[in-house]
Design a protein around this ligand. Structure first.
Ligand code: ATP
Ligand code: MG
Length: 411
């Protein structure tokens, strides 16, 4: 089966190249008996992969079992997986076959494999290496022919570091790794998935499907989706039930998106891990646009000043808030301007500061160039007196010194 046929057969929505690649690998390795480890955040759609592999393998007429290793109590997991002999523990009134026995000639999906207790990990390693296992309380070595597909949303290398997962087992399981990308890494799939979930829900409940306004769609696309597709599906269904208006505005949608990050600079500056890098970048660009505009206006003021006209007001101290963005506003009013500026300088990557050059704005110079020019003008206007120039620019003398050195200004 090719990738498109697999998507149709298993109801997989999305056109993301990484997702297609993952499906392609699954199709390719299906014919072998190699162990596959599927990784990806919770809700990314891992569950369908062992089925794809089983259905496309020579074992497809054999048994298929899915075991959630995280849901079985530690005391019974060995017995569930490897079986037990009669009387091997209290309550073992009969012998019992484990999954490794009943899945013989088939496929066993070990979901949440990172949750296996270490003693079980040792047994699993053995069966993976030579197909041998011993029932709990037994002594006879038994043989099985099972293909293992494992999945985890946990970070196994970290679990190894912490001594919670055996490194040798990890390498053994990870023969063929398949990684499923997080939803925030495949934004283009969000509208497709939303429409599918909205249509499915509407059909099941005989109601018109919800649609999103362009703003709401943007909000959806930029949301973090920590719960990935599972969360998108839940949100779509919740809105379908709760909202009477069928066209959903951004305002209405916001109620259903917990911890939605507001475009605030302290969040940017604190490198909050609740934001994804793309979002962060977008916000940063916006701040830079505003800052560029700000600098242009400031330059105009400095021009006025150098042409002998009085500056209208102490621009930076009284006016920056509306220009740079809500959060800087608060911070500027609470902190020394210099402090804000320095934090900014730390955060903005060097190449980012040139962004203004490609905006097609009328003043097509880079942000740095603007700043440099502005400083020179202010210094000229104040006949080289740094103290006065710094005051006019609304920055501290220390920052002005730093900028003069940085830009190699010689006046
Ligand atoms: N590409 C997709 N197209 C349509 N539905 C999807 C897709 N990916 C996932 N889903 C749906 O999203 C939900 C979550 O997927 P799934 O249960 O496979 O997540 P998971 O990766 O196994 O998460 P966990 O690690 O929490 O077990 C399911 O209802 C699944 O059908
Ligand atoms: Mg799962």
């Amino acid at each position: 089966m090719d990738v498109q046929a697999i998507k149709r057969t298993f109801g997989i929505i999305g056109t993301d190249p990484e997702l297609d690649r993952a499906i392609g690998i699954a199709a390719q390795v299906a014919a072998t008996d190699l162990t596959v480890l599927i990784t990806g955040e919770s809700g990314t759609g891992k569950d369908v992969f062992p089925k794809i592999i089983h259905q496309n393998s020579a074992r497809k007429h054999g048994p298929y079992f899915a075991v959630n290793c995280g849901a079985i109590p530690e005391g019974t997991i060995d017995s569930e997986l490897f079986g037990h002999e009669k009387g091997s523990f209290t309550g073992a009134v009969n012998e019992r076959k484990g999954y490794f026995e009943i899945a013989d000639k088939g496929t066993l999906f070990l979901d949440e494999v990172g949750e296996l207790p270490t003693s079980t990990q040792a047994r699993l390693l053995r069966v993976l290496e030579n197909g041998e296992f011993i029932r709990v309380g037994g002594s006879k070595v038994m043989k099985t022919n099972v293909r293992i597909v494992a999945a985890t949303n946990a970070d196994l290398p970290t679990a190894i570091e912490r001594g919670r997962f055996r490194e040798d087992l990890y390498y053994r399981l990870n023969t063929i790794p398949i990684h499923i990308p997080a939803l925030r890494e495949r934004k283009a799939d969000i509208p497709l998935l939303f429409r599918k979930f909205a249509a499915d829900f509407a059909e099941r409940n005989h109601i018109p499907a919800i649609t999103l306004s362009p703003d709401a769609m943007k909000m959806m696309e930029n949301y973090r989706w920590d719960g990935n597709i599972r969360q998108l599906k839940n949100v779509t269904e919740q809105i379908s039930i709760m909202e009477t208006e069928r066209n959903i505005t951004a305002e209405a949608l916001a109620k259903y998106l917990p911890n939605r990050v507001q475009s605030s600079l302290p969040v940017l500056l604190s490198h909050s891990d609740t934001m994804d890098s793309v979002n962060e970048r977008d916000l940063l660009y916006r701040v830079l646009f505003d800052m560029q505009k700000d600098i242009r206006e400031l330059r105009a003021q400095v021009n006025n000043l150098s042409n002998g006209r009085p500056i209208e007001q102490n621009y930076v101290q009284n006016n920056p808030v509306t220009q740079i963005g809500d959060t800087v506003v608060t911070r500027v009013s609470q902190n020394e301007p210099e402090e804000v500026e320095q934090e900014f300088a730390e955060f903005v990557p060097a190449e980012e500061t040139h962004y203004g050059a490609s905006t097609g704005s009328t003043d097509n110079l880079s942000l740095e160039h603007h700043e440099r020019e502005m400083i020179i003008k202010a210094l000229e206007a104040h006949r080289g007196k740094r103290k006065d120039a710094a005051k006019a620019l609304g920055i501290s003398e220390r920052t002005l010194y730093r900028k003069i050195n940085e830009y190699g200004i010689n006046l």
